[in-house]
Write a protein that binds this ligand. Structure first.
Ligand SMILES: [Cu+2]
Length: 161
């Protein structure tokens, strides 16, 4: 009987701990990757898919990486046929929905990349959400197929922030 009592005590502990753990991990990140840039480039972009399994809307407010001096949360938008990008304060991931960061849309701008990034390299990025929770991810460097002309990509990389 004693062991049964212990088991139910343990179950109780797990039961109380789970809601907290779930609150921390309502956002699931999948397929994070960083755009491969030509040698010498020090600005790149990271893309990923965020799924919110929680009941509350969540916002991505910040990202950091040891390989970049800073990371800005950006959005690409086409205004009158001209593609522009701007810094946005946050990216919304609605409750029970998902938000994709992808070429031509939202992205994380890696500024001041400190070392050359080769295809297949893993880039550590820490995401911070509006509830204060943080999530470390590992983004693989990969070639990104794009419809943008090469000049546009170069402009993007050279853009002053
Ligand atoms: Cu950008």
């Amino acid at each position: 009987m004693r062991s049964i009592v212990l088991i139910s005590a343990a179950a109780l502990l797990v039961g109380t701990a789970l809601p907290l753990a779930a609150a921390e991990s309502a956002i699931t990140v999948s397929d994070p990757y960083v755009r491969l840039l030509p040698p010498g480039a020090t600005t790149s972009a990271a893309y990923l898919l965020m799924k919110n399994s929680g009941a509350a809307d969540r916002k991505l407010v910040k990202a950091d990486s040891p390989v970049a001096q800073s990371i800005e949360v950006h959005e690409h938008r086409t205004d009158n046929g001209v593609m522009k990008m701007r810094e946005v304060g946050s990216i919304l991931i609605k409750a029970h929905a998902q938000t994709e960061l992808k070429p031509g849309g939202y992205h994380l701008m890696l500024i001041g990349v400190k070392r050359p990034l080769a295809e297949g390299d893993s880039v550590a990025i820490t995401l911070t959400f509006d509830d204060g929770s943080k999530q470390p991810i590992a983004a693989l460097v990969r070639k990104v197929q794009t419809d943008m002309p090469a000049g546009m990509v170069m402009d993007h990389g050279a853009m002053k922030h």
